[in-house]
Every structure is written in structure tokens, then in C-alpha cells.
Design a protein around this ligand. Structure first.
Ligand SMILES: NC(=O)C1=CN([C@@H]2O[C@H](COP(=O)(O)OP(=O)(O)OC[C@H]3O[C@@H](n4cnc5c(N)ncnc54)[C@H](OP(=O)(O)O)[C@@H]3O)[C@@H](O)[C@H]2O)[C@@H](O)CC1
Ligand SMILES: Nc1ncnc2c1ncn2[C@@H]1O[C@H](COP(=O)(O)OP(=O)(O)O)[C@@H](O)[C@H]1O
Ligand SMILES: [K+]
Length: 487
């Protein structure tokens, strides 16, 4: 068993693949082995999370997830703890494995109750796992509300009940703020839904136990956690030309800040030279707080050989430059208003596809609404399956797509499984942080990193800065994020 951190690189498997792995493992092992291993692991983690617990409430559901809970209860009782089990259903419907574990819990002297204990030091959610088919209701919903409203830690078994393990969509209480420490111990495989959409809030800290079955995980991963990128050392005999030129195009009237933020981010991410081509004709000729940035009129910038970051604060004005940007930029990041312009213009879409076909490195960085416009979908439709939406955009245009939000998804047009980013937090929910990300990806492209790696590395670093933000520092702003340090 080990804890998954933002540094962890790991394969993720959807429910269908997990079921196949479970079947292969179960058929090679003596009956009941997997559930006994799962229950023992759950009991061990429960003891580590609440070593002095007097009462551990274990809520068990009607399937094998409930079976894991019964097994954990038996193991805890054998170790001198006092688990109280509530069970939602009639015993007759339990699958055979779960029934055997229920008997083991009874034989161990576990207390069964019809209602949750009035106080508990740890709650274990063993109601629903990967077999969840509909929103929890009745006693199940009441018990989930009860455990999540309590100040005691909640340990979810395999998957937080009601969370779709494939998509990270939660059936109910999607915006419920956690009242307590949350952890999830997941078995056999890591599931993508634990790491994106509502999954990160629902799961809390993720722990993984392969139940000794990693040899059976012979499946193509659905997605991956990329882990910490390697630091690329700089050779002594290098110069600014070695690290490439970035040209940011954006900053229409009243929105110069967005382009300046992207430029600042590219600079602080290590680009050799950064030009900012502003679309506002009345823009100042220099930003005295960032004199390293070379400000130009966007229309006058020579883009040949440049890595272009286009769209930050671009307004409608960016549209007329897009044909030239799409045909000339050596490498390209398309953000914000550039994406909005492309979404409504089939000729720009054709140019984008042509770039992809020509193998010109191109990265789209939509937030869910921008992705929805490009896909002709709704934001809800995009969020309902973020992996699928990112893959669809990548393959439609033949580009790398970065679908932003909690658990940013990075997808390539090829066969590579998408990456779910594991850094970042809601400190980033402030205006301009997306412009900063676009600039950071631009810098990585300018340094000749392949587009998919450039996007994964920059997204990871962007979130990492937010994760390391000192709790006692001023709130993160996009400007300080770009500079990588609090003011
Ligand atoms: N087999 C093993 O040895 C191992 C198994 N493992 C464990 O098994 C878990 C998967 O078990 P599972 O397939 O039985 O699914 P599970 O999530 O328990 O639920 C299915 C039941 O819930 C019901 N149900 C669904 N939604 C509902 C709702 N809203 N409200 C009420 N009921 C609802 C559904 O009923 P139905 O939809 O058919 O009416 C069905 O009865 C997995 O996540 C892991 O924890 C691992 O430890 C490895 C070893
Ligand atoms: N709650 C959150 N958790 C993790 N990352 C977040 C969260 N909210 C925002 N972000 C990140 O912050 C950035 C916001 O980008 P975007 O929505 O384009 O903002 P803006 O247009 O203001 O720059 C994205 O990288 C996104 O992934
Ligand atoms: K569960």
C-alpha cells in the first residue's frame, strides 16, 4: 500500500479494464483472497489514520464494496478495535464473497447496528465502489451526508460512494465542502475518476494497494499520472538563443494585462527572449515593471521561427491575425479568444487541422467553456467526461489539448493515453492564471520540448507553484504565479 502524491507516475484504468484485471487475478488465486487482502489493507489504513479510535463506523453497501467493509471490520475487531457496522441491504442479495466476509465479521464479534453510532473517530465508506449505477438514496444517502458532515476522518473504500470512477462525476452533493480529512484506499488499479472533475474533492488523499496483483494488470491504461517532470539541466556553453523566442499575441484594448502575464510567465519559465505583440494600438511601448519584455505592435511582429502564444486577452481583434499565426508560427499555443475565434470559423479550423497534418507543434489550452464551444457541446457535457472531451479535441484538430480545471487533462492526437495532471489547487481559481499557463507552455515549446511533454511539464509546474504557495503568504495572484513567488 502506498500514498499517491503529485510526484507519483502511474497508470490509470477504467472500470471495464479493472473488472478484467479483477477476473484474471481472482481466477488465479484461492477463493476470497482478494477481499481478504482488501479488508486487511483497509483495516491497516484505518488504524494508521485513527490509532486511538474508540469507535470506527463502517457503512457497508449491497455489493462487494460492502464485503470489503465487513472484512475490514473483522480484521479491526481481531486487533482490539471496536467497529460498528451499519448495512444497507438484506443479506440474501449479497454476492458470495461479501456474504463470506459478513460471516467472518459476525464470527469476530463485530457490533452490527441499524443506525450510525452517535460518535465515532473514523468513518469507513464501504457503500458503493465501481458497481455504483445510480445516485445513492435513502439510508445510503443519509449515511454519506452524516459521515461527510462530521469532523472525523472519512476513509472511502475503493471509490468514494457515488463517484463515477471513470469520469470523476459525483452523483450528489457535488459542491459539498469537506468537513474533515478524507482519504480513499483504492484496490487493484488506480481509477481516473479519483483525479479529475469532482474526484479530487471526493477522494482526498489517495492510497493504492494492488492486492499483490500487479502482474495481472496487462491492460492498456485509460490514462496516466505523469509524475514530476525531469529538470532539464542547462549546459554552460549555452546562450539566450539556445532557449528560443516566444511571441505572445493578445492584449486587445483593455486586456493588455493578459498578454503581459503570458509574457512574464514565458520569461520566468526560461524562454531566451520574449516579445509581446499587443493588439491595442494605444498600448504603452514598455512595461517598466517588466523591462525584459519586448513590446511590439502585434501586426508588426515577424513570427517566422517563433513560438507563438496567441489569444490571451485577444478579444475580437485577434481573429484577423489568426490566419497568419496559424500558417507561420513554428510552434503555437492557442488560448482564450483565439480558441473562441476558431470555434466559430470553419476556415480557421481547416488551417488548424492543416498545421496538425504538417506536424507543426500546436497546443490548445481551453477551459471547459472554451472546449464546449470548440466541440459544439455544453460545459456540462465536457465536464461529464473530461478525458473523452480532451481526446475528442486532440483528434479532431490533430493537436495537443490541455483541458483545464481540477485534474487538468492533457491529450495527444496519437495513441498515447491522456495524462491527468496531479498538481494544482483552487488557489489557481483567480483571473489570469490561464494566461500564465499558456506562457509557460510557450516557453517549454521554445526550448524545443515535444508538444505533449511541453504541455504536461508546464501544467505540472504551474500547479506545483500553487501547491507550494506558503499558507501565510498573500493570496496567489496571476502576476506572482508568473514570477513563481509571492510578492
Ligand atoms: N470481488 C472481489 O473479490 C473484490 C471486490 N472488490 C470490491 O468490490 C467492489 C465492486 O463490487 P461490486 O461489483 O459488487 O459493486 P459495488 O460497488 O459493491 O456495488 C454493486 C451493488 O450496489 C448496488 N447499487 C449500485 N448503485 C446503487 C445505489 N445508488 N443505491 C443502492 N444500490 C446500488 C448494485 O445493485 P444494482 O445496481 O444491481 O441494483 C449492486 O448490488 C469494488 O469497488 C471493490 O470495493 C475489490 O476489493 C477487489 C476484490
Ligand atoms: N480549483 C482548481 N483546481 C485546480 N486548478 C485550477 C482550479 N481553478 C482553476 N485552475 C487552473 O487555473 C487556470 C485557470 O485558467 P483559465 O480558466 O483560463 O483562467 P483565466 O482565463 O482567468 O486565465 C487553469 O490552469 C486551471 O486548470
Ligand atoms: K466506497
Amino acid at each position: 500500500m502506498h500514498r499517491i502524491t503529485s510526484a507519483s507516475a502511474a497508470d490509470l484504468f477504467d472500470i471495464a479494464a479493472t473488472r478484467r484485471i479483477e477476473q484474471a487475478a481472482a481466477s488465479a488465486l484461492p477463493p476470497h483472497t482478494l477481499m481478504q487482502r482488501a479488508g486487511l489493507a483497509a483495516a491497516r489504513l484505518a488504524m494508521a489514520l485513527a490509532p486511538h479510535a474508540r469507535t470506527i463506523w463502517i457503512a457497508c453497501g449491497p455489493g462487494n464494496n460492502g464485503g470489503d467493509g465487513f472484512e475490514a471490520a473483522a480484521q479491526l475487531r481481531h486487533r482490539g478495535f471496536f467497529p460498528v457496522v451499519t448495512f444497507v441491504d438484506d443479506e440474501g442479495r449479497l454476492p458470495a464473497d461479501a456474504k463470506a466476509s459478513l460471516q467472518r465479521a459476525r464470527d469476530a464479534g463485530v457490533t452490527f447496528a441499524s443506525a450510525p453510532p452517535s460518535s465515532f473517530e473514523l468513518a469507513m465508506d464501504a457503500l458503493l465502489g465501481i458497481g455504483s449505477t445510480r445516485p445513492p438514496s435513502g439510508a445510503m444517502a443519509e449515511w454519506l451526508a452524516r459521515m461527510h458532515a462530521s469532523a472525523s476522518p472519512v476513509l472511502s473504500i475503493d471509490v468514494p460512494s457515488g463517484l463515477d470512477a471513470d469520469t470523476g462525476m459525483r452523483a450528489s452533493n457535488p459542491n459539498q465542502a469537506p468537513a474533515s480529512v478524507r482519504a480513499t484506499l483504492t484496490f487493484l488499479t488506480l481509477k481516473p475518476g479519483l483525479f479529475t472533475a469532482q474526484g479530487r474533492d471526493a477522494a482526498g488523499t489517495v492510497w493504492f494497494d494492488d492486492l499483490g496483483c500487479s502482474a495481472f494488470a496487462q491492460e492498456r491504461p485509460t490514462a496516466r499520472l505523469a509524475g514530476a517532470p525531469d529538470i532539464q539541466p542547462r549546459t554552460h556553453a549555452s546562450h539566450k538563443g539556445s532557449y528560443g523566442d516566444v511571441a505572445v499575441i493578445g492584449g486587445a484594448s483593455g486586456m493588455a494585462g493578459a498578454a503581459l502575464l503570458a509574457g512574464s510567465a514565458a520569461l520566468h519559465a526560461g524562454a531566451g527572449r520574449v516579445f509581446v505583440g499587443l493588439l491595442d494600438p494605444r498600448a504603452a511601448p514598455v512595461d517598466t515593471s517588466q523591462p525584459e519584455l519586448m513590446l511590439r505592435d502585434a501586426h508588426a511582429l515577424d513570427l517566422a521561427g517563433m513560438t507563438v502564444v496567441c489569444g490571451c486577452g485577444g478579444g475580437d481583434a485577434v481573429r484577423e491575425l489568426l490566419p497568419r499565426v496559424l500558417s507561420t508560427a513554428a510552434a503555437l499555443v492557442l488560448d482564450a479568444d483565439a480558441l473562441n475565434a476558431i470555434a466559430v470559423d470553419p476556415s480557421l479550423q481547416a488551417q488548424l487541422v492543416a498545421r496538425g497534418q504538417a506536424g507543426a507543434p500546436t497546443v490548445l489550452t481551453p477551459h471547459p467553456l472554451e472546449a464546449a464551444r470548440l466541440l459544439g457541446d455544453t460545459t456540462g457535457g465536457v465536464q461529464a467526461n473530461r478525458l473523452a472531451a480532451a481526446r475528442a479535441l486532440a483528434s479532431r484538430f490533430g493537436v495537443v489539448t490541455v483541458l483545464k480545471g481540477s485534474g487538468t487533462v492533457i491529450a495527444d492526437a496519437g495513441d498515447e493515453p491522456p495524462v491527468i495532471n496531479s498538481t494544482g489547487n483552487a488557489r489557481l481559481a483567480t483571473a489570469g492564471t490561464g494566461d500564465v499557463l499558456a506562457g509557460m507552455i510557450g516557453a517549454a515549446l521554445a526550448m524545443r520540448r515535444p508538444a505533449f511533454e511541453a504541455a504536461c511539464e508546464a501544467v505540472w509546474q504551474h500547479g506545483r507553484i500553487a501547491d507550494l504557495w506558503p499558507a501565510d503568504a498573500a493570496p496567489l495572484t496571476a502576476g506572482s504565479l508568473a514570477r513563481r513567488a509571492p510578492d
